[in-house]
Ligand binder design. Structure first.
Ligand code: FES
Ligand code: FES
Length: 138
């Protein structure tokens, strides 16, 4: 993707945000912010019985890059398991969003993904703990 394509891709997500809003009964529901700006991006996700993302949403305030990245992240992780999301890297995100653009505002570009990964990690840990607890009592 060249620079212009990357800019167009980013602006499209900014102007037509995907999965913006709220979902019911989220397994993951976490606010993320960056030092240095007052923006807060909320990431929500619910996993299905098969362990894969069933519904996902983002909402909040933020600059163009953080909002566009949040929108893209919700598309990028469709159908992924918690573990797969935890393994998504900022590199993966940059490959799509355009490295040069992202590197001008890295904390903004990675806010949504970082927040989602943190929320998913917490969810995953709780689930594992619940399972461990359960087998213990049998
Ligand atoms: Fe706040 Fe980018 S300036 S998220
Ligand atoms: Fe806003 Fe980086 S957090 S400019």
């Amino acid at each position: 993707m060249d620079r212009q394509e990357a800019i167009d891709f980013l602006l499209d997500h900014y102007e037509n945000p995907r999965n913006q809003g709220e979902i019911e009964h989220p397994d993951v529901n976490l606010n993320g912010g960056n030092p240095g700006c007052a923006d807060v991006i909320t990431m929500q996700a619910r996993f299905g019985e098969d362990g894969k993302v069933q519904e996902i949403a983002w909402d909040g305030t933020g600059c163009t890059i953080s909002r566009a990245a949040a929108s893209y992240v919700t598309e990028m992780v469709q159908g992924m398991s918690a573990e797969e999301i935890e393994n998504v890297t900022f590199e993966d995100l940059m490959d799509q969003l355009g490295r040069e653009i992202v590197m001008t505002r890295p904390t903004c570009a990675t806010l949504a993904l970082g927040t989602l990964k943190k929320g998913v990690h917490e969810f995953d840990m709780h689930q594992r703990a619940d399972k461990a607890d359960y087998s213990h009592h049998q």
